[in-house]
Ligand binder design. Structure first.
Ligand code: ADP
Ligand code: ZN
Length: 808
């Protein structure tokens, strides 16, 4: 029997697939199609073909866009799981898994009305002919006939219906191009320069030309202008006028990834515990069935070494590999290590690759030409064929969770699910595993592999500086001790890193006398200060009270609200070390394409004495000449209103400590804090993760926070405060009707209660950890149905986002 129908997913928020009539047998799941949707056409993805005739009239598929499925069966199944578990539409999940150039984009194109006869001039006819011939896009047309007669005729022709607009699938991979300069054909720079007079040679633009001839052209205009002040728009144009250079539009070049020598057989011998760990992984690979490992080892214990051996084994089995890393730009060293062994077998799915490179990397995996993919979160969907191993490095990293837009998936959990589906092995690696993974080891879902020692180097010393004792002994933001140690290091011509924490948006209250930050009696998380109503608020439980006027601990009235605005730290540090050369690294300074790498290289080559930065400096960087690392305001992390604040604090400190101890010269880490007794700080000092984890899990269990529950966060957004509040209230009513009082918390205004013109509220529900994809889907469906039956007037203006296993 012919499969006459196809279910098709669209990248809209509607959690439904639509059934269409198929044209012939060639259609398969994983192919894109062009179909009518409401009054327009749209691209959709075939997710199922079948012969179950629906009750309603089905419309036919207009066109099949791919001759072969562009998504394999497993990845398609994976997107279905995401659709159910994270409660998004199937199409949204599919969209996240497709590369640019092969997605759902369509564009508006123009057509000339058939049999058009009108009284128009010669020029106007030419315009129509051009549209007809090139089936030009609306966007290009608006650029092409931007002004004058062309524009007015174009407008008229549209109005009269002489030309019409059609939605068309954007099929061709259409890569962005930018202006490059190159030496004009036939120009011999040396002879050109020889013919010039002395005076001519003295001009800036001729100097610019001389400079240009030393470079490997073509180079982008923007890059040249950044490179040297000789290359001004004026001088480049002047040289062009002379006929020596010309401009061409070429595709944007992506970030350089490491390319160089590689030697597949240059594996290091594994040492000590590394060997035992690898043995277990090898056994699992040989059994060709799913198994997941938690590889727990401090920075420098050789986790990467183990990944490399495991990957090599998977390749030897004829299988492929997938390596997830938090952010490639922050881990150039890691990528380099893999490249040195596997070389051209690796496709790097770098977020800063240009579109063409991303597309090509994807194709090279799909065709089987490359067998290992390495990349951030979205690389979990890479079309690696015959997948044997997935590595999730720094598995605790928050960047693995997508926040916005949907699908709000966690790449670590998707990786585990994918491995499950493909009978592959996963290795989750970390020096500070997340509590979810620690608990999964206890429940025997993951097998623990422990690398306790550093084969090279030692752990750095961590010194806690109690701010209570230094109140009157501060130099700017630094305690006298940190100030003096910094000065000594600078005198020895060594380098220093200062890390200040910036949790931009949440403001909190802190006592200036004892450092106390008020906590919620209900969830034990820090209370957020909301200026609008002058209240302290717990955004988990909705508990709130008027902002304190006296410290509840010591009675002092010296309370301050704190939050963002730590930028002055840089100025203050410059003031106390006037001769030091400072470098800043944070989101603002690293936003450029090479921003991060530039700062990194500059600091590494001794171009600055002190590097000041946010959390970002704690990640993935090695500086051998750094001997002092100062964490200026450790408490800001603890003040963050999240039940994960302690876990984060520990991770941050241990990452910083990992940085400082890698080189020949031992480093010392100084941590300035008002809460030296806090377990996250105490155990980070002694590098005692196990004890910290035991404490932290106990805390979580008492309050039934994850990993003892599965938490779903609902976010409500609207420009109207009253509507958003009414909807949040009703939604919580609906939840309580379905699951009872206990698991539901909220609603309350979000930590950021106002953003991009919208008020934000939220509510949570804590479910049993056992809720799987279909149970979550069923429950949420029921809740939304209940809510629909009681929702208030104007509810349509309020957006409701669902975030399963939210990570704030
Ligand atoms: P991690 O990934 O846990 O931070 P790495 O794998 O990067 O640890 O190892 C840290 C350093 O120690 C690296 O320079 C690595 O080359 C070296 N190293 C680790 N294990 C070995 C080994 N078995 N043989 C040689 N060098 C090793
Ligand atoms: Zn106090």
């Amino acid at each position: 029997m012919n499969k006459q129908f196809a279910d098709i997913a669209f990248p809209t928020a509607v959690r439904q697939v639509f059934t269409y009539k198929t044209r012939d047998d060639s259609i398969k799941p994983g192919m894109r199609v062009w179909v009518p949707l409401r009054n327009e056409f749209a691209i959709g993805m075939v997710v199922r073909v079948h012969s179950e005739k629906p009750e309603f009239e089905t419309r036919p598929i207009e066109r099949i866009l791919d001759s072969e499925p562009i998504m394999n069966e497993t990845v398609l199944k994976l997107t279905e799981w995401i659709h159910r578990f994270y409660f998004c539409s199937w199409g949204e999940a599919i969209q996240a898994a497709l590369p640019v150039g092969l997605n759902f984009s369509s564009e508006k194109r123009l057509r000339v009305k058939k049999g058009f006869k009108g009284e128009i001039t010669e020029e106007e006819l030419a315009i129509l002919e051009e549209i007809e011939e090139k089936s030009i896009t609306l966007k290009d047309a608006e650029k092409r006939w931007r002004d004058g007669k062309g524009k007015s005729f174009f407008k008229k022709a549209l109005k009269q219906g002489w030309i019409s607009i059609w939605e068309e699938p954007k099929q061709k991979v259409d890569f962005k191009k930018i202006k490059h300069w190159r030496i004009k054909d036939g120009i011999k720079p040396d002879s050109v320069l020889e013919e010039l007079t002395e005076k001519e040679r003295g001009t800036k633009w001729v100097q610019a030309f001389e400079e240009l001839t030393t470079l490997e052209l073509p180079l982008p205009n923007s890059e040249l202008q950044e490179m040297d002040e000789l290359f001004t728009t004026y001088s480049l144009n002047r040289i062009e006028e002379e006929g020596w250079i010309e401009s061409v539009d070429l595709p944007v070049k992506g970030d350089e990834i490491y390319k160089g020598e590689f030697e597949p057989d240059q594996l290091n011998e594994l040492m000590g515990e590394q060997e035992g760990a690898f043995e277990q992984i090898r056994e699992a690979l040989d059994s060709k069935s799913f198994k997941s490992f938690l590889l727990f080892g401090v920075t420098g214990s050789g986790k990467t070494e183990v990944y490399i051996h495991a990957l090599k084994h998977a390749l030897d089995q004829g299988r492929g590999g997938l390596v997830l890393v938090p952010e490639i730009a922050l881990t150039p060293q890691t990528v380099k290590r893999f490249y040195q062994i596997f070389g051209d077998q690796i496709a790097v799915l770098h977020s800063r690759l240009n579109e063409r490179e991303k597309y090509e990397a994807w194709q090279s995996l799909k065709s089987g030409e490359k067998r290992i993919a390495i990349g951030p979160r979205s690389a979990v969907f890479a079309p690696v064929e015959n997948l044997g191993l997935i590595v999730v490095d720094e598995e605790h990293d928050n960047s693995y969770k997508q926040q916005n837009p949907a699908p709000r998936y966690h790449a670590r959990d998707v990786a585990i699910m994918r491995a499950h589906m493909e009978g592959a092995v996963t290795i989750l690696g970390s020096a500070t595993p997340g509590m979810v993974s620690v608990q999964a080891v206890k429940e025997e879902k993951h097998t623990l592999l422990h690398l306790p020692m550093r084969p090279t180097g030692t752990m750095p010393e961590v010194i806690i500086l109690n701010m209570k004792e230094y109140k009157s002994a501060m130099r700017g933001p630094l305690t006298v001790e940190l100030y003096e140690e910094t000065q000594k290091a600078l005198d020895r011509k060594e380098q220093v890193i200062f890390l200040y924490n910036r949790r931009g948006f949440a403001s909190f209250m802190q006592c200036e006398d004892c450092g106390h930050i008020p906590e919620s009696p209900e969830s034990s998380t820090s209370l957020t200060y909301h200026k609008r109503k002058n209240i302290l608020l717990d955004h988990y439980s909705g508990y709130s009270r008027r902002a304190d006027t006296r410290c509840e601990l010591c009675g002092s009235s010296d309370l301050k609200t704190k939050g963002s605005g730590t930028q002055q730290v840089e100025e203050q540090v410059q003031e106390i070390f006037p001769d030091a050369r400072l470098l800043r690294m944070d989101m603002d300074t690293t936003s450029g394409k090479h921003g991060h790498q530039k700062i990194y290289d500059q600091f590494l080559s001794g171009g600055a004495d002190i590097l000041i930065g946010t959390q970002i400096v704690a990640k993935g960087l090695d500086f051998p000449n750094v001997t002092v690392v100062g964490v200026i305001n450790a408490d800001t992390e603890l003040a963050f209103p999240s039940f994960r604040a302690g876990e984060r604090m520990y991770q941050l400190l241990s990452q910083v400590a990992g940085r400082a101890g890698r080189a020949e010269k031992p480093g010392v880490v100084y941590v300035q804090t008002w809460k030296p007794e806090h377990p996250a700080i105490r155990y980070a000092k002694t590098h005692d993760f196990k004890t910290f984890a035991r404490y932290e899990l106990h805390q979580r269990e008492m309050l039934m926070f994850p990993p003892y529950s599965r938490m779903i966060v609902f976010q409500f957004k609207s420009p109207s405060w009253s509507k958003v509040q009414a909807v949040a209230d009703k939604f919580c009513d609906a939840m309580r009707m379905v699951v009872g009082e206990n698991p539901v918390m909220g609603p309350s205004p979000s930590v950021i209660e106002w953003m991009s013109g919208k008020y934000q509220w939220e509510a949570n529900i804590k479910l049993d950890r056992k809720y799987n994809a279909s149970a979550i889907e069923k429950l949420l469906d029921t809740i939304f149905k209940k809510y629909d039956s009681i929702k208030p007037k104007g509810a349509g203006a309020v957006r409701i986002n669902v975030d399963v296993d939210a990570v704030e």
